[in-house]
Design a protein around this ligand. Structure first.
Ligand SMILES: Nc1ncnc2c1ncn2[C@@H]1O[C@H](COP(=O)(O)OP(=O)(O)OP(=O)(O)O)[C@@H](O)[C@H]1O
Ligand SMILES: Cc1ncc(C[n+]2csc(CCOP(=O)(O)O)c2C)c(N)n1
Ligand SMILES: [Mg+2]
Length: 340
């Protein structure tokens, strides 16, 4: 790996390299007993609390230039910084119990800006039933916010990326592709509604939905779609050893986003590859689908297949197209890369 730059491999490959370093030779997590899930395999790490509960922990860093479009308000930057972390807590089926927010900023940042940032963070935390319990302040060339979220869930309700079985139904909450369309609209200076822009600027962690899904007993695996539906399906596939068949016609996409996409390829790009929607991707035991149908805004988009069948999209004409393994990746020469 000497002389190879991180930009040539990207975030996913670098996580694999680091996760190996953090594992003991026998493949288990280094350190003490009680690490149920360690680095690299799920949305959060999971620690055994020795009773009926477990603790879930995640951290996520956002930067002014790479994550906050110029049009975002400081309140929205704060909301998003909390939301990206709380979404990972939701992805485990857990209830959030606290957020620690570290903020690095240039010394000439206005106090009013930092207050608006903090109010946005607090609003998102409160929306999810939790609060900010600490943080850190530092001088930094560029606004950089690193959140750490903690959550709690009963061991028998914990939902992992592992657990999906062939025959399970695949579902998503909300809409897919809205944040991607918003990003494109901003970059090409085209108008879109506030609903679409807010999907990018104020992602809503699916905390309540996640808790109801975890309590239903019908869900076999769950994660969030921060890096895009396609990348999430590949992450699921790796952990659960299943394939997926997704029906293009079933993808929940806002009418406005369909109209905004100039052609079917562009629409697929938003819905599958751009990311930023922070919805939940869920697999459900088909015998138990009735238990979840009415608890939240959820759409069946396809089913789990054998691993060997790969990850495919069934077009409206019933053609099978391979879904590519790409999405929103940090540390790439370009954030959205076609070759990974
Ligand atoms: N520097 C690191 N050291 C150890 N583990 C890491 C590191 N970076 C990421 N991971 C782990 O890799 C996994 C995936 O991380 P990633 O940040 O992509 O989370 P995600 O849930 O897939 O995405 P998002 O944060 O966008 O929701 C997680 O288990 C995370 O803890
Ligand atoms: C200027 C600008 N460009 C792109 C995006 C989109 N974006 C930022 S973070 C993220 C999800 C995963 O991030 P992470 O892997 O860090 O958790 C996505 C899709 C944005 N909000 N602003
Ligand atoms: Mg996640």
């Amino acid at each position: 790996m000497k002389n190879t730059k991180v930009s040539s491999v990207g975030e996913r490959a670098l996580i694999s390299i680091l996760s190996e370093i953090f594992k003991a030779p026998d493949g288990r997590e280094k350190g003490q007993e009680g690490i149920l899930i360690g680095a690299g395999s799920d949305d959060c790490a999971v620690l055994d609390l020795k009773g009926e509960d477990c603790l879930v922990v995640t951290t996520d860093m956002l930067h002014r230039t790479t994550d906050f479009p110029e049009e975002m308000t400081p309140w929205q930057m704060g909301w998003m910084s909390a939301a990206v972390n709380l979404s990972d807590i939701a992805a485990m089926g857990a209830e959030p119990i606290g957020l620690v927010m570290a903020i690095g900023m240039p010394a000439d940042t206005e106090i009013a800006f930092v207050e608006a940032l903090a109010k946005g963070m607090q609003a998102c935390a409160e929306f999810c039933g939790t609060t900010i319990i600490g943080g850190d302040l530092d001088t930094h060339a560029e606004l950089t916010i690193t959140g750490t979220a903690l959550g709690r869930v009963k061991k028998d309700q914990l939902l992992l990326r592992r657990g999906a079985r062939p025959g399970d139904l695949v579902c998503v909450t909300g809409y897919t592709g809205s944040a991607g369309a918003a990003l494109e609209a901003l970059q090409s200076r085209k108008p879109v509604s506030e609903t679409v822009l807010n999907a990018l600027f104020e992602p809503v962690p699916r905390t309540k939905e996640a808790r109801m899904l975890a309590e239903s007993g019908a869900v076999t695996s769950m994660m969030d779609t921060s890096d895009g539906l396609a990348m999430s399906l590949y992450d699921f596939s790796r952990q659960s050893r299943v394939g997926f068949r997704v029906r293009e016609n079933a993808l929940p996409i806002l009418v406005e986003v369909r109209k905004f996409a100039s052609n079917p390829d562009k629409l697929r790009e938003f819905a599958l590859y751009t990311g930023g929607d922070f919805e939940l991707l869920i697999t459900i035991d088909p015998q138990k689908i009735k238990k979840v149908q009415n608890i939240c805004n959820l759409v069946v988009i396809g089913e789990c297949t054998k691993y060997e069948a790969g990850i495919v999209l069934e077009s409206p004409e019933c053609n099978l197209i391979t879904i590519e393994q790409r999405g929103y990746q940090q540390l790439k020469a370009e954030a959205v890369d076609r070759s990974s």
